[in-house]
Structures are given as structure tokens and as C-alpha cells.
Design a protein around this ligand. Structure first.
Ligand code: MLT
Length: 328
């Protein structure tokens, strides 16, 4: 017997001794609260989706799923918190399209934005809307574009920092029309929306999960949706293409992640809980009211979400390179 084979057998023996303990620990999972990190501010679109999901998952999994907002740096600080957490299933991350753009946008990070995670499943896809303060002197997208150009850097555009969907959408808009607005970053579009409502900031590109109620009540002015088709629940809003700006499309997706190295049975249990939440009639109803829908069950799996996520990284890479939209 060679030394390598003997070492291999010894390792296998040790693994066999350890296996029952690991299996027992996983069979009991979860036996304490799970922390779901939201990388943006309370009250905003990611927080809204995350809290609904956490509430439903808590009921299904039999332990509290506690939401913690860990904000800043365009969602990278919250993502770093989970990527570097103990991979035991008790730390999970609800993130969004930022997972698709950050690996290219950020050339220096204190965590691995791709290999630092185990994807658990896609959650939802949310349309965006271009909303402005109520008093903005523009009745439609063409007038908004003219006003933005005339105002130059006196025009203010809010976002949630480089890596956020609002920043991606805002940068693509400014680029498409050749405007140079002053960008005001917040820790999420929850606080950014308060500035739009207060009339202190001009424009924000944000998800229907937050904007629907403000659009319906007339608290904000809405110009277009950068979606391929009109939004079923807000059918009067034109798409950017219909309003004269073709080739400018952003839809936000949300996914659930665990740190890399989380045991496969634990990931599978979390995915099972995610899928149950996406079938929960309360989630289906609330998501529908705020302009979105749970994804089909077959998209809420680790394998399907990994494929979707990798395709999204590949989709945005050339766009980010062409527009030099790097964070550094
Ligand atoms: C938020 O939850 O604040 C937003 O999703 C941030 C963004 O991507 O714009």
C-alpha cells in the first residue's frame, strides 16, 4: 500500500467518524434564528421584498428569520457581511441585480462577489419606473430629457450608490441622453424616495415595489418604465422605448444566497423554504399589489439561479466596460 493510499484511507476513516455528527447537526437545522441581511436601507424595495419573504419563511421553517439591514457602498457591505459569515445556514443574503453588476463594476472588494456565495434561488423580477418630484416642470419623458439637458449639473439624480439598480438605471439614462446630472447617493432608495417626496431631489429610477403607491396617489411624477413591456398594474405608464428612448432597459431581480461552503443539505432546506414562501398566497397577493410576482418554482432553485446569475454577469460586463461605469 502506498503512503498516499494509506493517508487517503485514514482521512476517509476520520470523515466516517465525523459524518454522523454533521448529519445530526443538519437534520436539526434550523434550531435557532436565521439572519437575513438586506444590503440596503429599511423601507426600500429590497427591504420590502425581504421582510415579506422572511415572515413567510419563518412560518415554514419553524424559526424566526430576522431581517438586518447592513447598508452602504452600493450593497457591497451587506454582501461582504454574508460572504464572510460562518457558512452554517444561519446567515443568508437577499440581494438583487447588484450581484450581476458588482463583479465587473468593483475591481477591488474585500470579498469574492461570485465565489463567496451559494445561490439558493431567484425570488422575483421587478420593473423600474422613472419618478420625479411632483413640481418638476416636465409632463413627459421628452420634456424631462430637455429639462435635464438644460439644467446640466443643477439637475439632481438620487440613487443607492454604485452597484445599486437605481445607479445603474440612472447612469444608463444619463448616458443615453448625454446629460450630466449631479448624482446624490443614499444608503437605499427608501431614504432617496423621501427626498423626492419632499421636493429636494429631482429624479429617481426605482422599483414598483416602492413606487406603486406614490404613483397611484400622485405624490410623484412618473415618466416611463425602462421595461420591454408596460407594467400590468400600472398600464398608463409608457415604456422608455414608447416614450422615445429605445435600447434602454433595466429590470431588477432579487435572489437569495448563503455563504460559500454552506453544507448542501442546509442550502437545500433553505431553498425548500424559499419555494414554499413563493407559493404563499399572502406573498402572491402582496407582490401582485406592488407590481411584481414570485418567480416560477423551477427558477427558485440553486442550479437555475446560478445559470441566471452568471448570464446576468455576462450580460452587463460589456455594458459596464463600454460606459466605463467602474466604482474605482
Ligand atoms: C433598495 O432597496 O434601496 C434598492 O433596491 C436599492 C437600489 O438598487 O436602487
Amino acid at each position: 500500500m502506498t503512503r498516499t493510499t494509506r493517508r487517503g484511507l485514514a482521512a476517509a476513516g476520520l470523515a466516517a467518524l465525523a459524518a454522523p455528527r454533521v448529519a445530526r447537526a443538519q437534520a436539526g437545522f434550523p434550531n435557532r434564528p436565521i439572519t437575513m441581511t438586506i444590503p440596503f436601507a429599511p423601507g426600500g424595495p429590497t427591504d420590502i421584498v425581504g421582510r415579506l419573504l422572511a415572515e413567510s419563511m419563518s412560518r415554514e421553517i419553524g424559526q424566526p428569520v430576522v431581517v438586518e439591514n447592513s447598508t452602504g457602498a452600493g450593497g457591497t457591505l451587506g454582501a461582504q457581511r454574508v460572504a464572510t459569515a460562518r457558512p452554517d445556514g444561519y446567515s443568508i443574503l437577499l440581494h438583487h441585480i447588484g450581484m450581476g453588476v458588482i463583479p465587473t463594476m468593483y475591481r477591488r472588494l474585500a470579498y469574492d462577489p461570485v465565489n463567496g456565495f451559494e445561490p439558493l434561488g431567484l425570488v422575483t423580477e421587478v420593473p423600474m419606473t422613472l419618478v420625479g418630484r411632483k413640481e418638476l416642470p416636465a409632463a413627459n419623458l421628452a420634456e424631462l430629457v430637455a429639462f435635464m439637458k438644460a439644467q446640466g449639473d443643477r439637475f439632481n439624480l438620487a440613487d443607492a450608490g454604485i452597484g445599486s439598480s437605481s445607479a445603474l438605471c440612472g447612469a444608463l439614462l444619463a448616458n443615453a441622453i448625454g446629460a450630466r446630472p449631479t448624482v446624490i447617493p443614499f444608503r437605499g432608495t427608501g431614504p432617496a424616495m423621501q427626498e423626492i417626496l419632499g421636493g429636494r431631489v429631482d429624479l429617481l429610477c426605482d422599483q414598483t415595489t416602492q413606487t406603486t403607491e406614490y404613483i397611484r396617489s400622485g405624490a410623484v411624477r412618473v415618466f416611463a418604465t425602462p421595461s420591454r413591456a408596460r407594467i400590468a398594474t400600472l398600464p398608463d405608464i409608457p415604456t422608455t422605448a414608447e416614450a422615445g428612448l429605445p435600447g434602454f432597459e433595466v429590470t431588477v431581480w432579487h435572489g437569495l444566497y448563503a455563504p460559500r461552503g454552506t453544507p448542501a443539505p442546509v442550502c437545500a432546506r433553505l431553498t425548500q423554504s424559499l419555494q414554499a414562501a413563493l407559493r404563499d398566497p399572502r406573498i402572491v397577493q402582496r407582490f401582485t399589489e406592488i407590481g411584481t410576482a414570485p418567480v416560477p418554482q423551477e427558477d427558485a432553485t440553486a442550479e437555475a439561479h446560478r445559470r441566471f446569475w452568471m448570464a446576468d454577469i455576462a450580460r452587463w460586463k460589456p455594458v459596464i466596460e463600454a460606459t466605463n461605469a467602474y466604482a474605482d
